[in-house]
Write a protein that binds this ligand. Structure first.
Ligand code: GLN
Length: 541
């Protein structure tokens, strides 16, 4: 039976519970253990697929097509593992399974109750994830913050699991310690309250990771120890760091990994971070910058700019820059600006490369088309991702092939030249409003064309597999005219004859993909297309 480590959050959300969980995973993996991680999201949505990214950050997609929380992306990046739908639990999924079982007489006619039937289903799922991954350790991150109504049943599941197998389970609380400017001192009271709330749920944390601007000093650790009823050795610092990839190294400075092993009655093991350490050194160095502009629309919320919606794209850019020992400098291009003020386009010349990201709906597309036209003409390296490919096709059809009314059927139902269109099965789904989990999702094979930039980028491989999330496709009826005018189809899905990659010749780098390469980039294994893109961008620095 694997060992289970529950990670819950205290005081407030957004303090990096996901990164903490992923970093603990990295540490245990560096000690030679098999690790998997499960994310529990308390929302009722069955998956993250129907959520607006501004609400909940990026929708990450796994190989098996599950649309999930961005933390799964962090786990895959930190653990260098491919996770599956079993690693993702939501209230919606749990209730759906329990209700289906009840409808199938799976409870043998007895009354089905919130407790214990819902926590039991959660436990079943956690155990299944561990078994399928043949893991020594299963990390389970409970979304939300302790004290919320939303995640109570998950804490209850954790408590029940501990009762069943006390030696196989520990609890870690990631809590926040504010340093109010007017006081100038790190305060422990909110964390004390968080522990008390956890106690109310019948759980005593085995360890606390204290998130704050700086490290926790001795008096703080002592206070937490006394008031939270724990050994000072179990109180760890988790100060702000420049890069998330540094977090694991920081924890190890205080011996977190071996302390976890000790809790489970296991002997200490030396860890080997290997190239991870060198990577952190590269990240911290003041290397020459590569300026990348990312055009999207999911970053404005009130007066704040969010980066969460594009986290995998950002990470993929960083991984590729670090590979070349360069410093990524990412700028947000709010495309709606270019719709109103096209004169602003000139400023794009200062970038070494431009990315147009995925997206849904009409808002911002006009501006993205303008950006694409500009980078095509000005020969600025371009990487188009999903919608970024579809718009590149529309722009090319309009401005190079003379199909002035070219568009995507997503934006204009009755368009004259639907160069991007939905397949029949997707049209039916849209008609039925059957939206949840029905896009073209997950890994599909793609055959590359020899001699193309993509073929070269993937190291002269013919067959690749990449993750998808879209309803619309390149319309093959327009393939001939677009190719005749100079568009290269660099990759296709043979089974359905679908265009997966387009490229332009006579341009330093103009590559756009129907799939999302960003989902598979890893810190120590940058994605080949991002690598090739950044390599070209560097030439322009
Ligand atoms: N909206 C487009 C589609 O559904 C592109 C999706 C995306 O960029 N992920 O096909």
């Amino acid at each position: 039976m694997p060992r289970f480590i529950f990670v819950a959050g205290g005081v407030m959300s957004g303090i990096g519970k996901g990164i903490a969980t992923a970093s603990i995973g990295r540490i245990l993996k560096s000690k030679g253990f098999r690790v998997t991680a499960v994310k529990i999201d308390p929302y009722i949505n069955v998956d993250a697929g129907t959520m607006n990214p501004v609400e909940h950050g990026e929708v990450f997609v796994m190989d098996d097509g599950t649309e999930c929380d961005q933390d799964i992306g962090n786990y895959e990046r930190f653990l260098d593992e491919t996770l599956t739908t079993n690693n993702y639990i939501t209230t919606g999924r749990v209730y759906q399974a329990v209700i289906n079982r009840e409808r199938n007489l799976g409870y043998n006619g007895r009354c089905v109750e919130v407790v214990p039937d819902i926590p039991n289903e959660v436990i079943l799922r956690i155990k299944k994830a561990g078994k399928l991954a043949k893991a020594d350790f299963v990390l389970i991150e409970i979304g939300g913050t302790v004290g919320e109504y939303q995640n109570m049943l998950f804490l209850e599941a954790a408590r029940m699991m501990k009762l069943q197998n006390p030696k196989k389970i520990i609890f870690i609380l990631v809590s926040y310690l504010p340093i109010p400017a007017t006081i100038g001192e790190m305060k422990t009271k909110p964390t004390q309250t968080a522990v008390r709330l956890l106690n109310e749920a019948g759980i005593q944390p085995d360890m606390i990771l204290g998130r704050s601007v700086t490290s926790l000093d001795k008096p703080r650790k002592r206070k937490i120890s006394i008031f939270c009823n724990m050994n000072t050795l179990d109180v760890f610092s988790s100060p702000d760091v420049k890069s998330i990839y540094e977090v694991a190294l920081n924890y190890e400075k205080e011996g977190l990994g071996n302390r976890i092993l000790e809790k489970f009655g296991l002997p200490s093991v030396e860890q080997d971070f290997g190239k991870w350490k060198q990577l952190v050194e590269i990240i911290k160095k003041n290397n020459k910058e590569v300026k990348i502009g990312i055009a999207g629309k999911y970053f404005q919320t009130g007066k704040f700019t969010l980066m969460d919606s594009y986290i995998s794209v950002i990470e993929a850019v960083k991984h590729a820059c670090w590979f070349f020992k360069k410093k990524p400098e990412i700028h947000w291009l709010s495309t709606e600006d270019y719709e109103k003020k096209p004169q602003k386009l000139k400023a794009l010349k200062k970038f070494n490369g431009i990315i147009v990201t995925g997206g849904f709906g009409t808002r911002g597309t006009m501006g993205k088309l303008k950006v694409i036209e500009f980078v095509r003409k000005q020969k600025i390296p371009y990487l188009g991702l999903c919608l970024g490919m579809q718009l590149a096709v529309i722009e090319f059809a309009r401005n190079v092939c003379g199909l002035k009314q070219a568009h995507s059927r997503e934006f204009l139902k009755k368009c004259k030249h639907p160069v991007i269109d939905a397949m029949t099965e997707q049209k039916n789904l849209i008609k039925e409003k059957n939206y949840g989990g029905t896009m073209r999702l997950g890994a599909y094979k793609c055959k590359l064309k020899k001699g193309t930039k993509s073929f070269k980028a993937y190291g002269n491989k013919i067959h690749i597999s990449e993750r998808h999330r879209h309803r619309y496709e390149f319309n093959n009826e327009y393939r001939r005219i677009l190719e005749k005018n100079g568009l290269t189809i660099a990759g296709i899905n043979l089974k359905r004859n679908l265009v997966e990659i387009i490229e332009l010749k006579n341009h330093p780098f103009f590559v756009a993909t129907q799939f999302h390469p960003e989902y598979k980039s890893k810190p120590l294994k940058p994605h080949p297309l991002f690598k090739e893109f950044i390599k070209t961008c560097i030439k322009k620095t």
